[in-house]
Design a protein around this ligand. Structure first.
Ligand SMILES: Cc1cc2nc3c(=O)[nH]c(=O)nc-3n(C[C@H](O)[C@H](O)[C@H](O)COP(=O)(O)OP(=O)(O)OC[C@H]3O[C@@H](n4cnc5c(N)ncnc54)[C@H](O)[C@@H]3O)c2cc1C
Length: 468
């Protein structure tokens, strides 16, 4: 049901907020009503651009008074339809709230407004030898508030864990207009329930994150980036078992099937990174040991890989430019596939110890029951997270493709359920996965979700219809 903004509501907005606070320009409604899923026709009734927490508190109080639904919006790189406005909601964009306070090099923290862009935070911290270690392809556009609301993962989870590990405190505005300061900059605070964790990963349905105190860590030492060709996905997992025992730290362990590498190299005009065409590839980043015999350690380890035939071919980035190109082959996959044809995405996870069995069963399931759908798989295999995607075959209508994907999803999610996995490892639920939530969450858990939502947003006005 679309909401129409009442004249009395608009009159208060125009009288008490800055001139450029609200936009109803068609291009803004189009732009701010959608996210990266590109699946939902945008239909917000307005977009607001607050500059301060106080403006947000006053605005949402007014919305509650007039029963106006609000969608918090970050960089709109989300892949689950969490930030889309499809029923006339007002989009509340944090894009003008991007202040970053000075880095505290002793506490190793930084307080930023929620609209700070992820990569800008990295750049802000780097001169101090520090990093906020959440890192992924959309970092040039995504916001800290969006990262926190989706508990973003990315390519460094194997070393650092997800966003949740790197947030000390939050400032949040609830729909009643209350401003909550949750945990400030405290490392230790065992005074009951740590409410900030309810906001991390809850996709903007409980409150609007306005500021965050981020925990930082030292930039890692020298990194070596390898690209390996291996026979198939089973070989990727064998290599992973071996890498886990390596005498150095692992910064990233990413994989992709051959069809992904073929499309991304073509689309980005990049040279195929290895001689050998094979079933699967691994992008592996190692933290070089600080010891004097580091080179010897790495050389010995590499020799063993080939001796044990764990890899068929490989290359080591020899310069920052080569490293960037290899990363583009991993990070450019989604965009390259999107360009080729309509893409159906899944982002799932299973326990790391069961990945081998899961991957095996998943491919068998597709070839026996959905052989007309070709699987394009890539992911952060080091943390059990796989992106399982299918491209619309040429000659198939979009409706037919979606119907077949829906059938395949049911089988995939049933398999995920059997493995006690997650139907959404890092992208969230939003609108896209809410009908499948029951594959990963019990009725009791969903009832608790609803009770928590009611406690923070009794009128159901904040990001309505998302997650459940
Ligand atoms: C090419 C590409 C690669 C990606 N790779 C990864 C990856 O490796 N790992 C990963 O985890 N994700 C990945 N993503 C998904 C996406 O970038 C992340 O989910 C990111 O954290 C979203 O941030 P955002 O600012 O764009 O949020 P948005 O898309 O704007 O919003 C996401 C959700 O957060 C809510 N929200 C946003 N800001 C606030 C706020 N201040 N307060 C309350 N709620 C808020 C929105 O309502 C919505 O529900 C990728 C996306 C793309 C396009």
């Amino acid at each position: 049901m679309n909401q129409i903004l009442p004249a009395r509501f608009l009159a208060v907005v125009f009288e008490t907020f800055p001139k450029d606070f609200m936009s109803r320009a068609p291009e803004d409604l189009e732009e701010y009503g959608k996210d990266w899923t590109r699946l939902y026709p945008p239909a917000p009734s307005a977009v607001v651009f607050p500059r301060t927490t106080d403006e947000i508190a006053r605005f949402v109080r007014l919305c509650t008074e007039h029963r106006i639904a609000v969608v918090p919006s970050g960089g709109r790189t989300g892949l689950a339809g969490g930030a889309v406005a499809v029923r006339g909601e007002v989009v509340l964009s944090l894009s003008k709230m991007n202040r970053m306070d000075p880095v505290d090099p002793v506490a190793q923290t930084v307080r930023v407004q929620a609209g700070a862009v992820t990569e800008a935070v990295h750049q802000h911290c780097a001169p101090h030898g520090l990093i906020w270690p959440v890192d992924f392809a959309a970092k040039g556009s995504s916001h800290i508030g969006g990262n926190i609301s989706t508990n973003a993962g990315g390519v460094r989870v194997i070393q650092y864990g997800s966003t949740r590990q790197w947030v000390l405190g939050l400032q949040v505005v609830t729909m009643s207009g209350d401003v909550l300061e949750l945990n400030g900059a405290l490392e230790k605070n065992n005074t009951g329930i740590d409410l900030k964790h309810l906001f991390i990963g809850s996709e903007g349905i409980l409150g609007i994150i306005t500021e965050a105190t981020l925990k930082l860590t030292r930039l890692p030492g020298a990194l070596d980036l390898f690209f390996f060709a291996v026979e198939d996905m089973a070989a990727v997992l064998r290599l992973f078992h071996h890498v886990r025992k390596a005498p150095f730290g692992i910064m990233a362990f990413e994989t992709m099937t051959h069809n992904c590498l073929e499309i991304v190299t073509q689309s980005l005009g990049l040279k195929f990174p290895v001689e050998q065409r094979s079933g699967a590839y691994v992008l592996f980043e190692a933290i070089r040991p600080a010891s004097a015999d580091a080179q010897q350690i790495m050389d010995g380890w590499l020799e063993e890989l080939f001796e044990k035939q764990l890899v068929l071919d490989g290359t080591l980035a020899q310069s920052p430019r080569e490293a960037r190109e290899l990363w583009m082959m991993r990070e450019g996959i989604a965009e390259s596939l999107f360009k080729k044809a309509f893409l159906h995405k899944n982002d799932v996870s299973v326990p790391i110890s069961e990945q081998d069995e899961f991957v095996n069963r998943m491919f068998r399931m597709f070839s026996s029951r959905h052989s007309d759908l070709e699987v394009y798989m890539w992911g952060h295999i080091g943390d059990g997270n796989l992106h399982i995607n299918t491209l619309m075959p040429s000659g198939m209508s979009r409706d037919e493709f979606l119907k077949r994907c829906h059938d395949a999803d049911r089988d995939l999610f049933t398999l995920i359920q059997e493995f006690h996995g997650s139907i959404s490892a890092e992208h969230g639920v939003g609108l896209l996965k809410k009908d499948a939530l029951h594959f990963s969450r019990t009725p009791q858990e969903i009832a608790l979700f609803k009770a928590i939502k009611k406690a923070f947003d009794p009128e159901g006005l904040l990001n309505p219809g998302k997650i459940f």
